[in-house]
Every structure is written in C-alpha cells, then in structure tokens.
Design a binder for this molecule. Structure first.
Ligand SMILES: [Zn+2]
Length: 422
C-alpha cells in the first residue's frame, strides 16, 4: 500500500472545523473518524468520558472610579459566579501574583498577567482576593482580526479554591492600568456541570505477539476559534493512514489506534484512557503520538519520553533515510505524557511551523498554511520507525522510563509526591 497525501488531506478537510472539548462538533468529528475506521474495514469503538461543562450567561467588567467605562470580557469557565448584582471592590494590578505583588490584594479584584500558573492562582486564593481578571492577545491586536480568548479553570486550579475570573483584551488591560482605577465591578453568571467527550479506538491483533501492544495516538479536539488542522487534525489523519497500512499488512504485535478527545483541556482523553485501562497499559511497550504536523514553512521534531537509546535510533534513521528531524529526550505537552506517567515509553512526532510560518491555537490555524506532502512525508517516516518496533524480533525499547524523564513527567503533571505517598 502506498501512503496517499491526497487521502490524508481530504480527511483533514472533513474534520477541519472548530471542535472543542465536549462540544457537539467534537462528537461530530469523532463520528467522522469512526466512519473512516469502518470504511477501512475495522469495527472501531467510541468511548465516552466526563468533562466539565459550562455555559457563560453573563460576563461584565466595569471601572467605576475615578471614571466609568465598561470593557468587553469573557468569563472563566468553572470559576463560579459573582452575586447577581456583581462584585464591587477596590482594584489592584498584581502582575504575576507572586507573594510580594499581593501584599495589598486582600478583598480586591485583581488584574493578573496572562499565562499565570496554578501556583500563582493558589497565591491569589491565599491572599484573599475576591475576583481576578487576566488578558489575552497583545497590545497591538486589531479587534476585527483577533478573538478574545475563552478560558477555563482546570481541576488543578480548583483544588486550591474557586474565585470568579474574567478575560479582557491586552490593549484594554493596558489602558485600564494607565488610568489608575480605584473601584471596579465584575459580574459573572454561568451554569456549571458535566458532559461527554469521546475517545475513538481501533484494534489490529498481532499475528505473533498478541499480548504485546503498541499504541498510535493523536488528539482530534481543537481549542476555541481554531479549525485545528495543524493542531491536531494533521496528527489524526497520519495515524488513520497508518491504521490503513497495518490493516493491509498484519503486524506481529497488537496495535491500537486511539484518537483522544479533550487534549486541549489538559490531556483529559489520554488521562482517562490510561487510568481506566490499567491492565491493558501493562502490555503496552511503546506509545507513538503525533501532535501538530503539516506546515509548509516548518521543521520536524521528535520528543522521546523514554530511554535515550530511542533518541539514537531515530537520529540514525533520520540520517539513513535522509529525512530531517531533530530529536530530544523530553516531555512533550501532549497525550504521550499520561503514557509515560504509567511507565510506558513514549515518543511524539511533530512538524512545527517555523517562526511566523504557521499560527496555532487561534483562528489562523488554516489548511492553506499546510501541505499534504509534508503530512505524507512525516507519515512515511513514522511508518519506517514503527516497523522496527511493531515487527521487531526482540522489542528494542526498554520497558522503563529513566529517572530524569520520571522527574520531568512528575514536574509537568504537577504531582505532589508527598501527598501521593500518604
Ligand atoms: Zn495539540
């Protein structure tokens, strides 16, 4: 069988619409992928799991003193509600919310810099802040060409407590600080609950080592406002093409192909899968993840969350075949990480946009920045790589994660080891 760039691009076009965690559109994309699996001649399964659901009913931010102005905002999902009439407080800009920034923040509404982490959020709670506002974009954004982000708090934040939050544009944030507001009001009303997201699974039984498994995985959800072709429709179609190949060419080891939902909300699909299939995960010798591919202007990359010898293998192959790809031993912020966390060696393949080459996580994740040929070339390389494990006489990858990677995974997942040992 020949890998087909056109077939990959056609499927990419079919799933190239906004498909956020738990949405109707994400389900629709899941069904398209399942249909494709069936058209290849396999059964395929769809596995639902629960994710947070929220619907923002009202989000409003007003500066009350020393001037009056209302600014356009979005509400932070899962951050709760203000009283119906809004929360009226003094205002403070707390930058990154380190403890020194927060000396005078008690009982106030604070503006915090974009990209704050869980630790900074925890600091807000400890400081007794009443509500927070962050910002998205840059101070030079053209409003007609950019979107005000739609954000949510994750479980890791909520472990520390819940305070209502809003997002405004960076240029408005700067204007507000210039005008030194003293009193502000925020209003947030939302419905919070749960809904279903889905993983799609296809299995090909191995002819010789049925109990040894290799997983090919990719997430198929997108962030808000993004068609998610680069991130990660491209990875989704790459593993579909590999499924097609291995359906025609029976592998020695059992293969699972899994399209994960809700990766963009914190790797939720892969975390769900790896914790609810623990017996099966014990048999998995390698997880091969593909996340982000296709940019015309770009560069290929592999992240190895496994023994360093796997880095060497990919590097040698790159030289042997003449396919340029840089390899690092590291954690990749994707579905490979929950596998590594369960002790499964993992490798992620990607083609990243060169600087300025392929925007992601916004409305400019567009198929016109990608090429079918680049997607297909990466597919072919992953295929050659996978052959050496799928059909190896002796499985070449040590079934253990080296200590430096265990530490890196724990750090990425913000694991509190002391708590876990209790
Ligand atoms: Zn991604």
């Amino acid at each position: 069988m020949k890998f087909s760039a056109q077939r990959e691009f056609d499927l990419l076009n079919k799933i190239g619409f906004v498909r956020t965690s738990g949405s109707y559109e994400e389900k629709k994309a899941a069904e398209i992928l399942l249909e494709e699996v069936k058209s290849i001649g396999l059964i395929g399964e769809i596995e639902p799991f629960k994710v947070d659901y929220y619907e923002i009913k009202k989000a409003k931010f007003e500066v009350l003193e020393p001037y009056y102005m209302e600014y356009t905002v979005t509400g932070y999902g899962m951050s709760g509600n203000t009283p119906k009439e809004g929360l009226e407080c003094e205002f403070e800009y707390v930058e990154n919310a380190d403890m020194v920034n927060l000396i005078n923040a008690k009982d106030k509404i604070v503006l915090i810099n974009s990209g704050f982490g869980v630790k900074n959020y925890e600091n807000l709670i400890k400081a007794g802040v009443k509500g927070f506002i962050s910002f998205s974009g840059t101070v030079i954004d053209d409003e007609s060409k950019t979107d005000l982000e739609d954000r949510k708090l994750r479980d890791k934040h909520l472990e520390h407590g819940k305070i209502p939050g809003l997002t405004l544009r960076a240029k408005d944030a700067m204007e507000i600080i210039k005008n030194i507001p003293t009193k502000v009001r925020m209003t947030l009303e939302q419905i919070e609950g749960e809904c279903d997201s889905h993983n799609i699974i296809a299995t090909i039984k191995g002819s010789m080592y049925e109990n040894e498994e290799i997983h090919f995985v990719a997430h198929y959800d997108s962030v808000p406002f993004s068609n998610g072709v680069y991130d990660n429709g491209a990875g989704s179609v790459i593993i579909m093409e590999l499924l097609r190949y291995y359906h025609e060419n029976t592998p020695k080891r059992t293969l699972k192909f899994i399209w994960f939902g809700s990766e963009e909300r914190g790797l939720l699909g892969s975390k769900y899968y790896t914790t609810t299939h623990e017996e099966e995960i014990k048999n998995v010798g390698l997880a091969i993840n593909v996340d982000m591919a296709g940019p015309i202007l770009g560069t290929n990359k592999a992240f190895v969350t496994a023994d360093n010898s796997l880095c060497n293998m990919v590097e040698y192959m790159s030289k042997e075949i003449g396919f340029p790809i840089s390899v690092v031993q590291d954690v990749y912020s994707s579905d490979s990480t929950p596998y590594a966390d369960k002790g499964v060696p993992a490798i992620s393949f990607a083609r990243f946009g060169a600087n300025g080459g392929a925007p992601g996580h916004n409305r400019y994740d567009l198929i016109e920045h990608l090429s079918a040929e680049n997607i297909c070339k990466l597919t072919e390389f992953i295929h050659v790589f996978s052959e050496r494990t799928v059909n190896a006489c002796v499985f070449p990858v040590p079934r253990e994660i080296p200590q430096n990677m265990i530490d890196a995974v724990d750090k990425y997942l913000m694991k509190d080891k002391k708590k876990e040992n209790k």
